[in-house]
Ligand binder design. Sequence first.
Ligand SMILES: [Zn+2]
Length: 341
Amino acid sequence: MNVISIYGDSWRRLQDWRQRLPHALLLSGPRGLGKGLLAQAFAASLLCEQVQADGKACGACLACHWFEQGNHPDFRMLQPAAQKTQEEEGGADKARRGGQQITIDQVRELDDFFGVGTHRQGLRIILVNPAETLNRSAANAILKVLEEPPPGTLFLLVSSEPMRFLPTLRSRCQALPITRPPAAIAQRALQEEGVENPEVWLALAGGAPGLAQTLASTNGTAWLDALIQALSSGSKLEVIATATALDKALKAVKGENPLPQLVDWSQKWLVDLSLASQGLPTRFYLRQRARIETLSTGSSLEKLVRFYRQLVKLRRESEHPLNARLFLEQFLFGYRALFVE
Ligand SMILES: [Zn+2]
C-alpha cells in the first residue's frame, strides 16, 4: 500500500525532520491506518543512498536492497516475540508461547548495535512497533538510552495506544499524530492495490486503509464471515452450534486473542441495526444493508441500545475470558433475544 501518497502531509512533516533528526519520533493514531508502513518507509528513506527528490527511498541501491530483505545493518525492529514468531514461522502454537510484550532483554540486545559504527549513512534506526507493548522495564531501558543517546541514533515508535506507555518516554518523543485519511484518497490507494469494492472494506474497517486491505486480502477472515452469518440469522440463530463453530474458528487464529475484535465487529453491527431501526443507512456493513434493515424491524431501538451497553461490558471481559465457548454462548443468547418477543 502506498502510504506515502495516502499520508502526504505526514510524509512532508517527516521530511522536514530529515535535516535535524530528533532522537525519538512517535507516530500515533488509530489502529489499522498503516502507521508501521509509514515508519518503515521513512526509515528506508533515511538509509537509502540515492534518495529521491520527494524523499522516497530509491528501492534500487544496496541499502534499499538490504532494507527490503530485512538485513540492513543499521536498522533494528523491536516487536513482541509473539508477533515475530508468527510472521516468521506462521506457527500458532509457537506464537502463543512467545511473549506479547517487548522485554528488557530485547532492548539490552541493542547494546551491541549501539557499540559498533554505522554502515554508511551515519545513522542507526530502531523501529518499535507497537510501542505500547514495551513492558515497564523495557520502556525504562529505552528512556535511559534517550537520556544520553548514542550519536546518530533514531528511535521510531509506532503506537495505536500511546497513552498506555510510560509518560516520561512519551514526553521524550517528537510526536506525529496520524489521522484517518479522507475516504476518496483511501479508496483510490486501495484501488491501486487491486482491491475490489474498496468502499465496502473501508466501511467495515472504520476508514482505516491498512485494516481494510488486510480484510480485503483475506476476504474478511473466516471467523468474521461466520460471525456475520450468525448475526444475520436473528431469531433463527442456533446458539449452541454457532458458539461451537465460532469457538473453533477463533482457536485457529494465530497470535493475539481475537475475542475483543469479535465484540468490536458485533458492536459495529449493533450500531448499524440501530441506524436501520431509525430509517437511516448502515455505516459499517454495506453489503448486508438489506438484511440489517429487515432484522431491525423485528427488534426495537430500546432493546438494541440496552444490548449495546451489555456489549461494552462484554468487551472488557473478552480480554481475559475464562472460557471462550461459554462467553460466545452468553453473547449469542443475548443477541438472539433482541428478536424474540
Ligand atoms: Zn535506495
